[in-house]
Design a protein around this ligand. Structure first.
Ligand code: GLN
Length: 240
């Protein structure tokens, strides 16, 4: 049986809204299927092995944590992340992590570097934080599905012309509150503003990421009544 090898980036710094719950879901869904699951991490000052993992994960964080992380990521992990993305490893980044996948995060006075895996920029603009329950329609190659989550970000993200969003906003603000799009999706690199954590509310998405990461097709697990209820409840909260 294959084992999913996951690397969590800066898990102690980038874990707002219990984003580490996403890892717990990936682990559980592997173990329930008899698949192995190996978790490692890479934090400040630690190098990254581009070949050693199927999935790289980073959660959200406050601006002050992002400052330290952004500099470190650019210095010690950018090249490995780019190599990993080129060989179609899955990269899942949430909110503060998502912002750092692009070229830069302009915090108004200080510009943080991103790793440039995708063509986007994030800017802290005057105006309220974009907060609330959110639902988007996304297609990860297996038909359109609705992802439910919660967003809370001061930064506004703008995708470059050739870049594809993860989804279309059904409810909520999305990337910038203006263009009706949420997240980014290039090959197996996915960035999103949705917390919750994301995967406990959308276990089909966790399964899809497992498929993409391992290059296999999975049978539905069955017995997902609680998980389906969580999804439905998150959608109701968003008003869908
Ligand atoms: N600090 C970033 C912002 O406010 C990201 C916040 C988050 O990860 N929730 O835009």
């Amino acid at each position: 049986m294959p084992a999913l090898r996951v690397c969590a980036l800066y898990p102690e710094l980038m874990n707002i809204y219990a984003d580490r719950g996403n890892i717990a879901v990936l682990r559980a869904r592997c173990e329930w299927r008899g698949l192995g699951f190996e978790l490692s991490s890479a934090s400040l000052g630690q190098p990254l092995d581009a070949e050693a993992h199927h999935l790289f994960y980073m959660g959200g964080g406050q601006d002050r944590d992002q400052v330290a992380v952004a500099q470190d990521m650019a210095a010690t992990k950018r090249d490995a992340l780019r190599k990993a993305a080129e060989r179609d490893a899955v990269v899942l980044a949430v909110c503060g992590g998502y912002q750092l996948l692009g070229h830069s995060y302009d915090m108004g006075g200080e510009e943080l570097p991103g790793v440039g895996l995708v063509d986007l920029r994030t800017v802290r603009e005057p105006g309220p934080r974009l907060i609330g329950n959110c639902a988007i329609e996304a297609d990860l190659g297996d038909g359109p599905r609705v992802i439910a989550g919660f967003e809370n970000h001061g930064g506004r993200t703008y995708l470059g012309g050739g870049e594809r969003p993860l989804g279309r906003v059904l409810r909520g603000h999305g990337n910038n509150g203006r263009d009706g799009f949420e997240g980014v999706h290039r090959r197996n690199v996915i960035g999103t503003y949705l917390h919750g954590p994301l995967l406990p509310k959308n276990v089909w998405l966790a399964d899809r990421l497992l498929e993409l990461a391992l290059g296999i097709e999975l049978e539905p697990l069955g017995g997902d009544a609680l998980e389906d209820a969580a999804h439905a409840s998150a959608l109701r909260a968003a008003g869908v």
